[in-house]
Design a protein around this ligand. Structure first.
Ligand SMILES: [Zn+2]
Length: 202
């Protein structure tokens, strides 16, 4: 069961998720997702739900993290079907976790935000996109992951690029991932990365 501290963070994450979901620069339709790790359980936005509804609807679904990460490590195609890892007893509505659940599980930090940030995508698709991102994110612990189909391929691509301390991922032709130990920390980091990437090109 979630502790009181977990419950408070989950409430904070729902508020932040609703705010992120209201920005068309960050998410479009049912895109983007957020998560919180509570012990061995990953609470992640359900597939097909909208972040903007996070305060008025139950959009978070509990997933057993350890077996999912094991599937990624073993290149088991079960990792492409994260609904197989939901914790049924905590999921009375039968929500299905996002295909991007493995992105969240792989980041060691408690709180993960994944957005299809327009500024990030438009910068990262340029011919020298990775070098330009590198200039702008100087001093940040970040990693660039080239485009892979979401699911097991993207999970493997991230696993290959992750190193200790990385809390920002630029996903080529896809979006942005930021991670922190608290919801407030993740919100600040998202704001900081967005402002660094949104500057006009030199
Ligand atoms: Zn995505």
């Amino acid at each position: 069961m979630a502790t009181q501290a977990d419950a408070q963070e989950l409430a904070a994450l729902r508020a932040l998720s609703a705010s992120i979901g209201q920005s068309p620069h960050l998410t479009q339709a049912a895109g983007g997702n957020t998560s919180l790790k509570a012990g061995d359980t990953l609470w992640i936005k359900a597939s097909g739900t909208w972040l903007k509804d996070a305060l008025v609807d139950d959009i978070m679904v509990p997933v057993a993290m350890a077996p999912l990460l094991k599937a990624v490590e073993q290149r088991d195609r079960a990792a492409d079907l994260p609904q197989g890892f939901t914790i049924a007893a905590l999921n009375p509505r039968g929500l299905r976790p996002s295909i991007e659940t493995t992105v969240h599980a792989l980041m060691p930090q408690r709180v993960v935000l994944h957005v299809h940030c327009v500024d990030t995508i438009s910068l990262a698709v340029q011919a020298d996109g990775e070098a330009e991102v590198a200039r702008r994110l100087d001093g940040i612990e970040w990693a660039y992951v080239p485009y892979f189909r979401p699911g097991l391929p993207l999970a493997r691509g991230i696993a290959e690029k992750l190193r200790p301390g990385v809390d920002v991922l630029i996903l080529g032709n896809h979006g942005l991932v930021v991670a922190a130990e608290t919801v407030a920390g993740a919100e600040l980091l998202l704001r900081r990365i967005r402002s660094l990437l949104a500057r006009p090109a030199r």
